[in-house]
Design a protein around this ligand. Structure first.
Ligand code: 4AD
Ligand code: MG
Length: 482
């Protein structure tokens, strides 16, 4: 017989009512030596197993405890109790994995809420909790929704390299990849490390973005996107930064900045809508948790909307589009700024916006997602298209409530000479990017794209607040466990 998941069983139980079936799972609770709440990860819901203890030997019963794994065969019947429609009357119980007795009393195995910090250190049990299993089911759904969106719009999914010689962002936040013997490094005549002796015959690093390769592909395929891991050696230990995160980067030939903003807005709304439609039980759980968390906060810090309500509103409202210049004026004239409430005061045009500024705009001033565009050229990457004012570039950031920047993108500089002089100005190695410059030499076209940080979107959708809790195995400064 084909194995059935608890999710399938609960979805469509009428056919098997009064039949015997076999289920597998982990014990979430065992009450009164009689009721097992069994979960197999396929959904939030448990199936209730009714055990007549007189029919089973004591040894088996003793091994049924929170977290042990079992295989149970029994009859599917309509439930006598409230809270579930069906239950299984156990006929055969097989213990698959007992709990090591000396570990059995660890509080982590108890059916209670654990702090997220504690769970972060318990790789195997993390996936067993209601919270994390919900988060990772939602993360999986979001990933598929992303592919769906692009496929429906005839984008091609391309895979860009993880090992590269390029610094796509020109920010120097790269992890070096080397095969050299670190205890016996070959040196050049100048005394620096001689990377020509390294595996690739040059210095390489983990990619910080697949954009430059995606641009190259878009110059022939038209509409492409990447979806892969990206690495940043920025030493910022915040709740929004990971050293390894997943980025989605569409790149579209013939698009300008406005097309790019439209695409970003449609894309985010599609994915959020998908989660609302397909992750109901998990979202309801997360929504309840979110409400409880809010209750513990001082009244002034509480979210105005519930989690699901917030998601529904984001899908309904049009994102507010504001130029950087306008945003800086709003910030300069804000009460917060005048009263010195910002850690970084907004004093002049040209400053890089901090997350406190982004969040003020989104959460206090506009109360809706905001797209900022036309940033000063000096605070943005070399590849962004220079505007006619010669001061700003055709950049765009999408800012979300509670998150800040969720998407960063731009129209790209397609004019070879302008790009070259920008690279010189910003000290970007032309020699390393010869292949990128080639795309501007043979049939260059206007084009645009953006990058979405997957984990930041998952934070938004799940209502969690620490980015370490929405990626299965977080990588942050001083942490590469598991
Ligand atoms: O703004 P960023 O640096 O843009 C790029 O990398 C462009 N090449 C994208 C493009 O135009 N194709 O990064 C894009 C997004 C950010 O908006 C943020 O959501 C996320 O990636 N991000 C991070 N997420 C987690 N941890 C980090 N350290 C992140 N750095 C960026
Ligand atoms: Mg950015």
């Amino acid at each position: 017989m084909k194995k059935i998941t608890i999710h399938e069983l609960l979805q469509d139980y009428k056919k098997i009512l009064h039949h015997d079936i076999t289920v597998y799972g982990w014990v979430r609770a065992f009450r009164s030596n009689r009721f097992i709440a069994l979960n197999d990860g396929s959904a939030m819901d448990n199936i209730q197993i009714v055990v007549d203890y007189e029919q089973f030997d004591e040894n088996t019963l003793n091994k049924i405890s929170v977290a042990s794994s079992v295989k149970i065969t029994g009859e599917v019947v309509e439930s006598q109790g409230s809270g579930q429609q069906i239950e299984i009357i156990a006929k055969k119980i097989e213990i698959l994995g007992d709990n090591f007795t000396e570990e059995r009393d660890k509080t982590i195995l108890q059916p209670k809420r654990h702090s997220l910090e504690v769970l972060r250190d318990q790789a195997h049990l993390r996936f067993r909790t209601n919270l994390f299993s919900a988060v990772f089911r939602v993360r999986s759904a979001v990933s598929f929704a992303i592919h769906d969106f692009f496929r429906q719009n005839r984008f091609f999914y391309i895979n860009t390299p993880i090992i590269t010689g390029a610094d796509a962002e020109g920010a120097g936040e790269m992890f070096t990849v080397t095969n050299l013997d670190l205890n016996d490094l070959p040196k050049t005549e100048e005394g620096t490390v001689d990377f020509s002796e390294d595996f690739f015959g040059k210095k390489t690093n983990l990619t910080v973005s697949g954009q430059l390769e995606a641009e190259t592909a878009a110059m022939g395929l038209g509409r492409v996107y990447t979806f892969g891991p990206t690495f940043r050696a920025e030493n910022s230990n915040t709740t929004r930064h990971l050293a390894e995160f997943w980025m989605v980067e569409p790149e579209v030939a013939f698009n300008n900045l406005e097309d790019n903003i439209d695409l970003a807005e449609d894309f985010l709304k599609y994915v959020i809508n998908y989660v609302l439609d397909h992750c109901k039980t998990d979202l309801e759980f997360l929504d309840k948790r979110f409400a409880e968390e809010q209750k513990q906060k001082p009244e002034k810090d509480r979210a105005k909307e519930g989690l699901i309500e917030k998601l529904e509103n984001v899908v309904k409202k049009r994102f507010k589009r504001v130029s950087y210049t306008e945003a800086v004026e709003i910030l300069m004239n804000s009460k917060e700024n005048k009263k010195g409430k910002f850690q970084f005061p907004v004093e002049q045009w040209g400053i890089d916006l901090q997350s406190e500024h982004e969040r003020y705009l989104v959460e206090k001033h506009f109360e809706t997602p905001v797209v900022l565009f036309d940033y000063p050229k000096d605070i943005k990457a070399f590849y962004m298209r220079l505007n006619e004012d010669q001061k700003t570039v055709a950049a765009m950031d999408v800012l979300f409530p509670g998150i800040g920047e969720i998407i960063g993108g731009s129209q790209r500089e397609e004019r070879l000479e302008v790009l070259r002089s920008k690279m010189q100005e910003m000290n970007v190695d032309e020699h390393e990017l010869w292949w990128y410059l080639d795309t501007r030499k043979f049939g260059s076209v206007p084009h645009a794209g953006f990058g979405l940080g997957l984990e930041r979107l998952i934070l938004f959708v799940t209502g969690l607040t620490n980015i370490r809790d929405v990626i299965p195995f977080p990588r942050t400064p001083n942490n590469a466990e598991f």
